[in-house]
Design a protein around this ligand. Structure first.
Ligand code: NAP
Length: 253
C-alpha cells in the first residue's frame, strides 16, 4: 500500500520509522519545507506545498496513494483542512494522527485565549518579562506591545527580528525538559509564558516549569480541525494501517 504521511512533527517521523522496514507499505513523508535544516527522516521525503486541496488531490491520484495520514501539528489547520478535502476528492482513505491537548493540572495558572491578538492583550499594558514559545509566523502582533521584554525561542532564526527594543532570541530544537526550561525561566526572570497547547512531551517542559514557579501561561486555544477518523498515538496509527491492509488483502485489491 502506498502511504503518504503529511508531517512536520515528531509523531510523523516516529510513524515513518515504524513503517520503514515494513515491505507491505511504501511510505513517503511530506514536509512543508519551512525549516532550513529539517531533522533526518527514515523514509523518502518530498518537500513544499501541493497547491491547496486540489493540488493535494492531484498528487494523491498521480502518485496512486492508497492512504493519506495527516500527522501535522495540531495548529497547522490549513493543511489538515486540505487533507480532508483532498481525500474526499481523490477518494483516498484518510487517518489523522492527533496528539491530545494538555489539560490543566492543579497549580497551573492558564489564561486561555482564542487568537494571538488575544494573547497580546492578556499580557497587559504594564511592562513584563515574557517568554514567547510560539512559531515565527505568530510573533508579529507582539510588536504592538513594545514595552515588554521578550524571550523568543524558535527552530530557525527570527528574520527580520521583532520590532521591539527588548528581545532576546534562542535558536533551539526540542525536546526541552522541565529542568532546562525552569532554568531558562529563572535565568531570564520570566513573569509570563505565551504558548500553544501543542500536547505531547517534547515541549511540555515549559508548562511544567511555569507551574512549579507559579508563573501564568497565556495558552492559545487549538484551532478547530475537520472531523475525520483519527487516532492519538503512533501505535494506534500502525494498528489502523494493519487493519486497512488486512481489509484490502481480503478484498483482493
Ligand atoms: P498550515 O498553515 O496548516 O499550512 C499552510 C500551507 O503549507 C498548506 O496549505 C500547504 O501548502 C503547506 N503545508 C503545510 N504542511 C505541509 C506538509 N506537511 N507537506 C506539504 N505542504 C504542507 O501549516 P503551518 O502551521 O504553517 O505548518 C507548516 C508545517 O510545520 C506543517 O508540516 C506542520 O506539521 C509543521 N509544524 C507546525 C507547527 C505550528 O505551530 N503550526 C508547529 C510545529 C510543526 P499548499 O496549500 O500549497 O499545499
Amino acid at each position: 500500500m502506498k502511504v503518504l504521511i503529511l508531517g512536520g512533527t515528531a509523531e510523523a517521523r516516529a510513524l515513518a520509522a515504524a513503517l520503514a522496514d515494513r515491505r507491505e507499505f511504501s511510505v513517503t513523508l511530506s514536509l512543508a519545507g519551512r525549516t532550513k535544516d529539517p531533522a533526518k527522516q527514515p523514509v523518502p521525503v518530498r518537500r513544499g506545498g501541493f497547491g491547496g486541496a486540489e493540488g493535494l488531490a492531484r498528487h494523491l491520484r498521480d502518485e496512486q496513494i492508497d492512504i493519506l495520514i495527516d500527522a501535522t501539528h495540531p495548529y497547522a489547520a490549513a493543511i489538515s483542512a486540505n487533507a480532508a478535502e483532498a481525500a474526499r476528492i481523490a477518494e483516498v482513505k484518510l487517518l489523522a494522527l492527533r496528539r491530545p491537548a494538555w489539560t490543566k493540572r492543579p497549580g497551573d495558572r492558564w489564561i486561555e485565549v482564542d487568537t494571538v491578538a488575544g494573547a497580546v492583550r492578556a499580557i497587559g499594558s504594564a511592562p513584563r518579562r515574557v517568554f514567547l514559545a510560539l512559531g515565527r509566523k505568530e510573533l508579529q502582533p507582539f510588536a504592538a506591545s513594545p514595552q515588554h521584554f521578550y524571550l523568543i525561542r524558535s527552530v530557525d532564526p527570527v528574520n527580520p527580528p521583532l520590532a521591539v527594543p527588548q528581545a532576546e532570541y534562542i535558536v533551539a530544537r526540542g525536546p526541552f525538559s522541565e529542568g532546562e526550561d525552569r532554568a531558562l525561566l529563572e535565568k531570564h526572570r520570566i513573569e509570563i509564558v505565551v504558548a500553544k497547547n501543542s500536547g505531547g512531551a517534547a515541549t511540555y517542559g515549559k508548562i511544567a516549569a511555569a507551574r512549579a514557579l507559579s508563573i501564568p501561561v497565556v495558552m492559545l486555544k487549538r484551532p478547530v480541525l475537520p472531523e475525520v477518523p483519527s487516532v492519538a498515538t503512533v501505535e494506534a496509527a500502525v494498528g489502523w494501517l494493519d487493519h486497512a491492509l488486512t481489509l484490502s488483502v481480503a478484498r483482493g485489491v
